[in-house]
Structure formats: C-alpha cells, structure tokens
Design a protein around this ligand. Structure first.
Ligand SMILES: Cc1cc2nc3c(=O)[nH]c(=O)nc-3n(C[C@H](O)[C@H](O)[C@H](O)COP(=O)(O)OP(=O)(O)OC[C@H]3O[C@@H](n4cnc5c(N)ncnc54)[C@H](O)[C@@H]3O)c2cc1C
Length: 453
C-alpha cells in the first residue's frame, strides 16, 4: 500500500501521522513538499538564541484538536496558556482597550464601543435593534456590508477589521459572514430581528477558560514529532506537478504510482492538481484567493517600557505600516522569563502585497518605528528576524462554503483521493488538524475496504 501526501504543512503532517496510526507499519507513506523544510506556514525561528514562532504562535483554546493531539503524542508539557492580558486597538492615533464581549469585534450593544467610535455611531448601535433587518436565509455578504450598514463604518473599521486582519490577513470587506461567523449566520437565518439580537444569540457563553493555547518551544516540536511518528519518507524541495487517475490508483509526478493521495496543498496548487480529472472542483478551488503577510520579530532589552497588554491591533485607515503587534513577552508567561523581550509585528492585508517586496532592513525599520508610535516606548532592537508568507492565508469570501462543498463533493467521487488544508473549513491550526485527520480517515477507510477479502 503506497500513499502520497502532497504538502508537508500541519494539515499534511497530521494526515501522514494519522495514516500511520490507522494503517500500521506496513503502509508506505511518502510526503512531498515544494519547500526545503517541513511545516508550511508553521515555522519556529530563533530570536536571540531562543525559539520563537514566526508563523502561527497560538491556537484557539476552546477547540479540542491541538491539546488532544499534544497529549496523544506525549507532548502535553509543551502546552502553555497566555498570561491573561488584554489587547489594545490603535485607532485615531491612540490606544483603546479592545472591546470585550463582541463576536469577532461585532458588538451586541453600544457600551463596549464607547471611546472607540463617535457619538453618532453609538446612537446608531443603540437604535439598531429597532430598525427592520432584511436578511434572506442562506444569503451571504461580506462582513463589512452587514456591519457598516447596521452599526456604521467605524465599527467595521475600528473593531472588526483589526480582528479579521489577524485571522485571515484580510478585512471585513474580503471575508464573508457565513464562513467566518457561522453562528451569526445561523442566528440571522433563524430570523433574528436585528444584528444586535443575532450577535447576542450567537455569542458563546462567558467562560474563564483561556482563549488561546501555545507551545512552549514553538510549533516545531509538534511538527518534528508528527514527522518522526508518521514514519513517512519525505521528499522535500520538490513540487508535485501532475496527478492522474489510472485503473489501479493514481500517478503523481514526480513520486510515481500510488494507491491513494491526499492533497494538503494551498487552494491554487490543489486546483492545478485536480484540473485534469475534476475541472469543476479545480475552478472552485482556483476561485479561493490568497493573502500575503510578513512577520518581523524584534528582540528588545528586557526593560523596554512596553504596555501591560498582550498586543496592539491597528484599525483600518491608520497611517502605520504594521497591522498588528503581538507583545509576545507580555502575552506568554514562558517568554517573559527570557533575557530578551520579544515583539512580533505583522504586515500585509488582502489586496496589498507590497510589503512582500520590501527589504528586511525596511521592514525592521517600519516595525521599530510603528512600535514606538503605538507604545510610546523607546524601541531599540538587539535582534530581528523577518519571515515572509507569500500567499499564506485563504480569503473566506462570500460564498466560500458553497465553493468548498463543490470541491469536497467532487473529490468524494474519486476513490483514493482526499483533500485537506487551511483553505477549506477554517484557517486556524485546530481546523487544519481536523482536516488532516478527516482526510486520513477517508483514505484509510477506502484502502481497508478495497484490500478486504
Ligand atoms: C503570519 C501567520 C500567522 C498565523 N497565526 C496563526 C495563529 O496564531 N493561530 C492559528 O491557529 N493559525 C494561524 N495562522 C494560520 C495557520 O498557520 C495556517 O492556516 C496553517 O498553518 C496552514 O496549514 P496547511 O498545512 O493547511 O497549509 P500550509 O502550511 O500552507 O502547507 C501547505 C504545504 O504545501 C506545500 N506545497 C505547495 N505547493 C506544493 C506542490 N506543488 N508540491 C508539494 N508541496 C507543495 C507548501 O510548501 C506547504 O508546506 C497564521 C498564518 C499566518 C500566515
């Protein structure tokens, strides 16, 4: 039994590991990745000699996938939770507390927005529940259209955009309500009379559980363990270029004949590989656009006067180049113990890839200056790292879930084919773990069925 996994990001590595668990020692698993290093968007670099994540640095804590996987792999001591500080949002040239009890920045009342938006907007939020709402069940619109229409543009730009910018490297204008806010869409479908009512219905109950988790020594510990325990053969620095269906399985170039294949590649690559035999699925996948970003990690003297906050998000329209700062040494207790304070500055939003072409020196200078502006601190980096993520994050535009359903149903027509990845049903690491797991189960079920006497 020979199975190829295309893409050695977290989705592909989880799929390879799960295949090993499901199929046993005899299965021949090969993981092929275009890059020289495994992990895709997950990458732990070294800042001042200590590991620091330069892609994802956290995962949503209320989802079970990552803690369960860490336990299963014997890595539970790696699990860390944030110190519990709140982020700020930089808007109109000053820092505000990020509003609490919102759904991805959408409030269920005016009070949480006080100070961040003007008096007219506050009145508009207060009056919203009395304005008739036209929502067509199963409709989808971009988040901006819904929020700006009901609560005003300031809520979209100052409260929602900073959060969507962090998750998708997009904005309320590039992200659809249904995929990004499924519980809100469900409340609207159920007939909520206003956005205020819908947000209140969709809001998860208050909880003291940590919102995020992370890994003490960075994601590389998880990646290395998955790779080792998968027992797979790794073909790196090599692109999969063509996939063809043949009578007894598949031929994947340049790997050769395989019984089954999991495509854990970004949407445009998956589209190219699907095109020869599933053209409709390929065009649906090709319709998913990507957004690029850059992370600059700054090492600072430990006594740098950073605020007591986990980070600073930047509202749309501010004259800064960075879109967000993670004050890593404030956010995570285990990083606070280090000699060098760490801050991550993020750049890049959907539709503006310009920072990809900036030199490292320009990016570090922009991160340093913008950090000084938003914190008022003297910022004198003693170390810096730059990591570019071209086309790193899928935009979940309106209609995303229909596109995904089309791709998934076309893939389901082919035995021995499964797809996984961040462009499908969640960009976060937990969703990728779930997606790689589901793909492995699908392949294992098919192969076990076909090899049954
Ligand atoms: C800056 C940034 C910060 C983030 N922060 C967080 C966070 O804090 N928390 C969180 O949960 N998520 C975060 N994310 C999102 C999350 O990291 C990603 O969605 C996730 O890692 C994607 O995993 P993946 O395996 O699906 O895709 P990828 O990591 O993109 O892996 C795809 C792999 O396919 C390979 N490939 C491409 N083409 C080919 C080919 N032709 N042949 C072979 N291989 C190919 C690539 O080299 C790559 O290794 C962040 C993303 C970014 C960009």
């Amino acid at each position: 039994m020979r199975i190829a996994v295309v893409g050695g990001g977290i989705s592909g590595l989880v799929a390879a590991y799960r295949l090993r668990v499901l199929l046993g020692a005899d299965a021949d698993i090969v993981v092929i990745d275009r890059a020289a290093r495994l992990g895709g968007i997950l990458y732990t670099g070294e800042l001042a000699g200590e590991p620091l994540d330069l892609g994802a640095e956290a995962f949503v804590g209320r989802r079970p996938e990552v803690p369960e996987l860490l336990r299963e792999l014997g890595l539970e001591t790696q699990l860390v939770v944030p110190a519990g500080l709140r982020p700020l949002v930089w808007s109109q040239g000053r820092a505000h507390p990020l509003p609490q009890r919102t759904l991805m920045g959408i409030p269920s009342g005016a009070e949480s927005m006080r100070g961040l938006v003007d008096a007219e907007t506050l009145e508009r939020i207060e009056a919203e529940s009395r304005r008739p709402l036209a929502w067509y069940p199963d409709a989808d619109v971009d988040v901006y259209r819904l929020v700006a229409d009901r609560f005003g543009a300031q809520v979209a730009e100052r409260s929602v955009d900073p959060l969507l910018g962090g998750v998708y490297a997009g904005s309320s204008r590039s992200i659809g309500v249904r995929a990004a806010l499924p519980t809100l869409a469900a409340a609207l479908d159920d007939g909520a009379p206003s956005l205020t009512h819908a947000v209140a219905a969709a809001m998860p109950p208050p909880s003291n559980a940590p919102v995020f988790g992370g890994l003490r020594d960075g994601y590389r510990v998880l990646l290395d363990t998955l790779a080792a325990k998968s027992g797979a053969e790794f073909v790196t620095a090599t692109s999969a270029t063509h996939l063809a269906r043949v009578s007894h399985g598949w031929v994947l170039e340049p790997v050769g004949s395989v019984d089954a294949v999991i495509l854990a590649t970004p949407a445009p690559v998956t589209a190219n590989l699907l095109r020869p035999f599933a053209p409709a699925a390929a065009s649906a996948a090709a319709g998913i656009e990507l957004s690029s970003s850059v992370v600059v990690a700054l090492g600072l003297p430990r006594d740098t006067a950073l605020p007591q906050n986990s980070g600073i998000l930047v509202a749309t329209g501010e004259p800064l180049r960075a879109k967000a700062f993670t004050l890593s040494s404030r956010k995570w207790t285990h990083l606070a113990e280090r000699e060098t304070a760490a801050v991550r500055a993020s750049f890049g939003k959907f539709g503006d890839d310009s920072t990809q072409t900036w030199s490292d020196a320009d990016l570090i200078a922009a991160a340093t200056e913008d950090l000084a502006t938003v914190t008022g601190a003297t910022v004198e980096p003693t170390a810096a790292l730059v990591q570019r993520w071209p086309g790193g994050l899928a935009q979940y535009a309106p209609g995303h879930l229909d596109r995904v359903a089309e791709i998934e149903s076309a893939a389901a027509d082919f035995d021995g084919l499964a797809i996984a990845g961040a462009y499908l049903r969640g960009v976060g690491v937990p969703a990728c773990v779930a997606s790689g797991t589901a793909a492995a189960h699908r392949i294992a079920a098919t192969l076990t069925r076909s090899s049954a006497p």
